[in-house]
Design a protein around this ligand. Sequence first.
Ligand code: ASP
Ligand code: MG
Length: 411
Amino acid sequence: MALVVQKYGGTSVGSVERIRNVANRIAKTFDAGNEVVVIVSAMSGETNRLVALAAEVTETPSEREYDVLVSTGEQVTIALLSMCLQSMGYNARSYLGSQIPMVTDKVHARARIKRIGDENIREDLENGTIVIVAGFQGTDGEGNITTLGRGGSDTSAVAVAAAMKADVCEIYTDVDGVYTTDPRMVPEARKIEKISYDEMLEMASLGAKVLQIRSVEFAKKYNVVIHVRSSFHDKPGTLVMKEDQDMETVLVSGVAYNKDEAKISIVGVPDQPGISAQIFTPLSDNDITVDMIIQNISHQGATDLTFTVPKGDCKKAVGIIEKVAEKIKARGVRSDTEISKVSIIGVGMRSHAGVASTMFEALSEEGINIQMISTSEIKVSCIVDAKYTELAVRVLHNAFGLDLPEIEEKF
Ligand code: ASP
Ligand code: MG
């Protein structure tokens, strides 16, 4: 007998009919002799609807009440799903985050899980009950509801799987698995059979939206095998797991892109100790995360500094930087929101030379100018003009042999 944790996302429970499908799948897993714990999201669109309602009432809702509101979507789905299973003759029981309990810190709207009580769940499982848990929500341990940030039910699922030492954590979604790149952009994209935690983390932070980043960090820390798969058919999806030797033989596993960054340059910055701190400290004090940074070689005691920030923070960042520029007597500040970051990712890069140059050549053959470059052990990212995003992703996908082989026509 295995302990299986399953998580169903918003689209998979988006209507009563779909909830019935989910119940059938759960029943099948249970009938096969497994213990089953299920984590569900709110019905698709519901959390957005709740967030919009709050925005109609006030621009600055208290974070405590925001969590009270947005956590209600999941309460609906756990109840409906449990009822559905009961009507099919199964024992099922729903749990809110506070009833498990899933204890988090006190940071509303982006709480972090501290502890999960597993006694209630274990007792139910021993009695042959299917356990249905509300994703996305927890309790601060003092009676307040907390939520884990948008997309947080992935993290709820992995955390429950880790706490229960489950054999597998299946994340059911509306795509077939993790793809080599966005299949809506590149039809030749392929489903990846297995991918390492580190590659998945890079893919997620670079724009692939299949899993919440924190859920992958959690899985890595506790060595939880995640199986990302479709709730609409039975074909296997993608395993997210510890790196193995096969993974290293692949040079590049995926190509990601992110259009959500903006570029800011400060020109004519005096080249003196302490200047970078003066520039970046006020940004971090304002909770603005800086991604790539490049500094040019100084010329006559001055240099240019360019960095990227989330697009939504660009205006605020420019405001802050203009003040700093005046203070440090820089020549000016420029910004550009029409950029995008394209990246290649793969643990195979660690042991192969020439990956970056293949990337640069592929981009140059299409006349795409590279504005900034950053590298890590398993990733190379380039900032390019936003209008070339799709072209860049396509040529890189092809250059690294990721395209689906063309099916030979047979007459
Ligand atoms: N319902 C929440 C959201 O839409 C959590 C989740 O679906 O993972 O962000
Ligand atoms: Mg999701």
